[in-house]
Design a protein around this ligand. Sequence first.
Ligand SMILES: [Zn+2]
Length: 274
Amino acid sequence: MIAAIDRYENNTKNYRDYCSKDVELISICINPSLWKGANNFVSETDPMFISLFFGIGLDGDSDGVADRSNPNDKLFTLLSVLTSNGSDEKSVKNRLIEYYETEKGVEIIYSIASMFEYFEDIDLSKRVFPIAKYYAADYQNGFGLGRSYGGRRSHEGIDIFAHYGTPVLSTSYGIVEKMGWNNLGGYRIGIRDYFNTYQYYAHLQGYKEGLKEGDFVRPGDTIGYVGSTGYGKEGTSGRFAPHLHYGFYKYDGSNEWSFNPYNFIRKWEKVRAQ
Ligand SMILES: [Zn+2]
């Protein structure tokens, strides 16, 4: 669990202005005003003043100082915050939601924890190209171009043109978060990886048999097949050339937004899985 929290903190720290951008042993980063207490202008590190002003900062390694940047102190502080209403699963989850002020974020933390457990590894950073080796796959950087179906919008992904039925591979370790039809994407799959990134695969002809929401996938696992579904009611197909639409959405701790996967895809293409 702590490893998952640390991963989540690492995924979101660039979006919090009070966090160090350096690589650290422990990525957990606590808001300074929460740490010392909102009205505490006396001391940011003296445990007595911190508790006097209802700050949460604690001295984890008994050196007399509650240092926000000390790994022991911040880990000890976070653990005591999360268990302050009890250390059973439900109390901890409720405290997590209160602390991070986001249910979605906490769901992601639990997903990350379940991935660590399932894959028995905390390095799940491996990525592969979404189309299997030896299959044709052509794409350009079409991110942000205009699209008109379903109202004016901008293209939130990259189109990889391939033949009908070409196997589509998971690009990462992750959990299948969404499957099924939507009018824009046709048969689509959304997979969440441990970087808080939601990978969106759309216009599929069909899914890998047996695949369902909640399943764990590895980079290179077949998840579906290239098609041309979408732009209409369920089952609509053939309104455009077959291709895989591949999108990237990042959850930063409060919002989810689309970003361009083009440079990633180009990098992954150099080592394609079979
Ligand atoms: Zn597209």
